[in-house]
Design a protein around this ligand. Structure first.
Ligand code: ZN
Length: 435
């Protein structure tokens, strides 16, 4: 079986790299992955996978941080003009870009899930000759959007895994569900897919990220613990505008409310139980110099080592926002635009991945578990599977990179793609051939 996986992966490698480059050239941010999803769906359907999409795989009430309708419409149009399938894209309507691809095998066996995230970042890609994607003609043509986190590689790897597993169809038991998730950036997309039930009944769940802590080619990290729980809020303060010279007493100053809130949010007391973070990352307020500002928008996030610690930060944040609004006679509205929870890989799954890595020469440094120290909304899927008695792990597959993730000069060693396909395929096969 291992020899077959190696051979099939080798046959697919060139196509996987071309696919990654194509996705790199046409990146799409969270909830607008219309072209990415429609082209991937077509490939997987042609391999025999059964596709579920639309509201069946994205619960609208749990979709957070969805762009404005006008932006969605222009992104749909752009996707069609860049080769996306108009029929499939119309089903994705207002951001329902997450989908699943299922293959069922003969005989009783477990249900294995594998999650793949698809979105790009709000970054303008470097346009100079030192940056390979630019030099070789596959840098982003979508201005202000760039795959700077490697999710283009994730989709290409996912398609590769689908191809390898389909070629082993007659030798496996149980079923495989590939979960293609939108909007991982800003930790927005996973919750809506879990809400739609995509992780129901999954016994074993795999998630992976390229490079990141496995920062060089050859490195592999089989599991993660200590995903930081995080919550993203947009807080809108509303006051009353008035002439700043003639009748300032009639105004209610939303700018000042937002400023006072910002300063005091950063003064929330630390917690003895573990790490917490807070950041107000954007503040916009006011219109004219001589008008009392009636509107202010504050974009903030909290993080905590555990879901409870993040809850503590949120509770304090809520108190401060309310008090700051009250001080200036303003009202306020909180929009939860993203979030993730804490989580930890299961030891048995970590062992299984470490075992699968044996005999893949690319991986010369295999680490079992790492403290993740960041947010990843894969944690929602992991928790749902674990609560049903299943197990999961989050793998980091090594690849050299030219700059840090989310940098305009980010690029990857594509030699890391095929080994990732081989590793994930081996892991899935080991789960679907259990006696
Ligand atoms: Zn990422």
């Amino acid at each position: 079986m291992h020899a077959h996986i190696r051979r099939r992966t080798g046959e697919l490698e060139q196509g996987i790299i071309e696919c990654r480059r194509d996705l790199h050239k046409y990146p799409e941010t969270g909830w607008t992955e219309f072209r990415t999803a429609s082209m991937t769906i077509k490939k997987l359907a042609s391999l025999g996978y059964v596709i579920k999409m639309g509201e069946e795989t994205n619960r609208p009430g749990d979709m957070r941080g969805v762009p404005h309708k006008d932006i969605l419409a222009s992104c749909r149009q752009r996707a069609v003009s860049q080769g996306g399938d108009p029929g499939l894209i119309s089903v994705m309507a207002d951001g329902l870009t997450g989908f699943t691809a299922d293959m069922t095998f003969g005989g009783d066996g477990p249900k294995v899930g594998c999650r793949v995230d698809m979105d790009a970042n709000d970054i303008t890609e470097a346009g100079d000759a030192s940056h390979r994607p630019f030099r070789e003609g596959f840098s982003s043509v979508n201005r202000g959007v760039m795959h700077a986190c490697g999710h283009d590689a994730h989709v290409a790897i996912g398609i590769g895994v689908a191809g390898v597993i389909a070629s082993l169809k007659d030798r496996l038991k149980g079923s495989l569900r590939l979960i293609f998730q939108p909007a991982e950036e800003g930790v927005r997309g996973a919750k809506a897919m879990v809400g739609a039930g995509v992780t129901r009944g999954i016994n074993f769940l795999l998630g992976s990220h390229i490079s990141f802590q496995a920062s060089r080619s050859g490195m592999l990290i089989c599991g993660a613990k200590g995903f930081l729980a995080s919550t993203k809020w947009d807080v809108a303060f509303t006051g009353e505008s008035a002439h700043a010279g003639a009748a300032p007493q009639n105004g209610r100053n939303a700018l000042l409310a937002a400023c006072v809130a910002s300063l005091n949010l950063h003064a929330i007391s630390r917690h003895a139980d573990g790490a917490t973070r807070i950041n107000v990352g954007r503040l916009s307020a006011g219109e004219g110099r001589n008008t009392i500002p009636a509107k202010a928008l504050l974009a903030m996030e909290t993080r905590g080592l555990t879901t409870e610690l993040d809850g503590y930060m949120l509770q304090e944040a809520g108190r401060i926002v309310e008090a700051a609004a009250g001080m200036y006679g303003c009202s306020y509205d909180v929009d939860v635009v993203g979030g993730s929870i804490s989580g930890e890989s299961d030891a048995e799954m970590v062992d299984m991945v470490a075992e699968a890595a044996k005999g893949i020469p690319f991986y010369d440094e295999v680490i079992r578990m790492r403290e993740f120290g960041g947010g990843e909304d894969f944690s929602y899927m992991l928790k749902d599977v674990q609560e049903q008695g299943g197990q999961g792990t989050y793998i980091q597959v090594g690849a050299d990179r030219t700059a840090g993730h989310h940098n305009e000069k980010f690029d990857l060693d594509e030699a890391g793609l095929a080994p990732a396909v081989e590793l994930l395929s081996r892991s899935i096969v080991s789960l679907l051939t259990r006696p």
